[in-house]
Design a protein. Structure first.
Length: 154
């Protein structure tokens, strides 16, 4: 069993969706990204964004939340079917993170992973699975994208 059984190469897999509320945006920003356009709806109107919007880090953390939940759900499903479950480890990092559009209060973002070819295998017991992580708002506009990498034990 490999990660390709969950994420076939070239297929855009839906991981899940999150709606970003005013309170969620301000709570995250207070703890991790205290810029005014993430903290104060009134002052955010005068900013470049023209309204309260989520930190890019908040959006990226939302992708991770949906990715982990999706992998856990798929692992339970495969185990219930009596199938082997892929063994995923930590991520050695990601590349080319882009926040393409603001995520405003009230936006619902759907997150995806499109698997790419794995990196060349350098150890007999593991490889690096690669993919494109992305998120789209309720209008189908891409708001974030990056190249994801995760260790897969083979």
């Amino acid at each position: 069993m490999s990660v390709e059984d969950i994420f076939p190469r070239g297929v855009k897999v839906t991981l899940g969706s999150l709606t970003y509320s005013d309170a969620d945006i301000m709570r995250f920003a207070s703890a991790f990204d205290p810029q005014i356009f993430h903290l104060d709806a009134e002052k955010a109107q005068a900013s470049l964004f023209g309204g309260l919007c989520a930190s890019g880090w908040h959006t990226t953390a939302g992708w991770m939340k949906c990715f982990v939940r999706f992998c856990q759900d798929e692992s339970r499903r495969l185990a219930a079917e009596g199938r082997a479950v892929p063994r995923l480890g930590p991520s050695p990092g990601f590349r080319d993170l882009k926040w393409l559009k603001p995520v405003y209060a009230g936006d619902t973002i759907t997150f995806y992973l499109t698997a790419l070819d794995p990196a060349p295998q350098t150890r007999p017991d593991r490889r690096i699975a690669c993919g494109i992580g992305s998120g789209e708002n309720q209008n189908g506009e891409e708001v974030m994208r990056f190249e994801n990498r995760v260790i897969e034990f083979v």
